[in-house]
Ligand binder design. Structure first.
Ligand code: AVJ
Length: 330
């Protein structure tokens, strides 16, 4: 049996979906209360997120797509010949398609996602659009150890991590993620990463407080999911969506605030809320070109190139792993 490359992306991998209940109860018993952002993306949540990406106020998706389209040829030139491209948390393959069209040297594409339904559907679409490409979907939480199939272990590797999903990690977790991604992609491996940039507070605020209320629905859906999957009795009307830019920590914070003193039951346990108490549901870190470059360098990567839009709202990076071992060894 061929040896499988087992790789851990975080020192303490997030538990699997089987422990949704345990994660939820631990988060809601903590002070302050929290819920892991990855649980936003059940079927309803994934659909709401798709709607967010189409909102006029939500600039990241269309800005990143514009950068990828504009610079696809430059990005493609940096990808190794006959390489395997691994996408972390792929969801829709729209962004990967732009790169794959410009980079015919990519021999295999490996989307990694927890949502098997979306994963296999998107893989079929790609197989139709790129008949010569080996499409190998991996159903896994990219924060947990996952196995690379033996047929790609011989190929040079490129990574793709668009959408500023890296902004959901604490900076020290982003560092661990980048180091472990380096282990998967190998010395000389190229990593293409999308990063949302610090900008005017009003623009950030609007992107997470859209007029149509889709982001509020997306945030509240995590309570609806707890009701559906764990038999909780959250009254969604008794919680409100809060999102604001925390400049000191350079992050958008999303919370769900209890509008009154109340009790909620989940799996026989009672959770008490003070009036105004919040559940912290998401951080979305915003970087500058300088701060993200420093994070990448501190995690064993060299910045080969970065591209932004004319407004400098968003950046796409091309990193190279252990490019200059003599210098990065310090
Ligand atoms: C998918 C994590 C990049 O932080 O902008 C969108 C998620 N949350 N609106 C982001 C999100 C609220 C999104 N990421």
């Amino acid at each position: 049996m061929p040896a499988l490359a087992r790789v851990a992306l975080l020192p303490e991998p997030h538990p699997s979906s089987a422990t949704f209940a345990a994660d939820v109860l631990a988060g809601l018993k903590a002070e302050p209360k929290t819920l892991p952002a990855k649980y936003f993306y059940d079927h309803a949540g994934s659909r709401l997120f798709e709607r967010i990406t189409e909102l006029p106020e939500y600039y990241p998706t269309r800005t990143e797509l514009g950068i990828l389209e504009q610079h696809a040829a430059d990005i493609a030139r940096l990808l190794p010949p006959e390489c395997a491209m691994i996408e972390f948390g792929s969801g829709s393959c729209k962004k990967a398609s732009i790169l794959l069209r410009a980079a015919p040297q990519v021999a295999a594409y490996l989307p990694v996602d927890i949502s098997s339904e979306v994963l296999h559907h998107e893989a079929d679409v790609l197989r139709r659009d790129f008949p010569k490409l080996a499409v190998v979907p991996l159903e896994a939480d990219f924060c947990q150890p996952f196995e690379l199939p033996p047929e790609v272990t011989m190929l040079p590797r490129a990574g793709f991590f668009p959408g500023s999903t890296i902004g959901n990690f604490e900076p020290h977790e982003a560092c661990t993620f980048l180091r472990n991604a380096g282990r998967i992609l190998g010395p000389g491996g190229i990593f293409i990463i999308g990063v949302d940039l610090v900008k005017d507070r009003a623009i950030l605020h609007a992107a997470y407080n859209d007029a149509a209320g889709v982001t509020a629905k997306f945030n509240l859906n995590i309570l609806a999911r707890i009701n559906r999957e764990l038999g909780g009795n959250f009254h969604l009307k008794c919680f409100e969506h809060h999102a604001f830019f925390n400049r000191e920590r350079s992050r958008i914070e999303m919370h769900l605030a209890s509008i009154k003193r109340q009790k909620v039951k989940i799996r026989g346990e009672t959770i008490e809320f003070r009036s105004g108490e919040t559940i912290h549901t998401e951080n979305s870190y915003k970087y500058t070109i300088k701060s993200f470059s420093a994070l990448a360098r501190g995690s064993g990567w060299t910045v080969r190139a970065s591209w932004t839009d004319p407004n400098k709202y968003f950046a796409v990076y091309a990193l190279r792993y252990q490019d200059e071992p003599s210098r990065s060894g310090r």
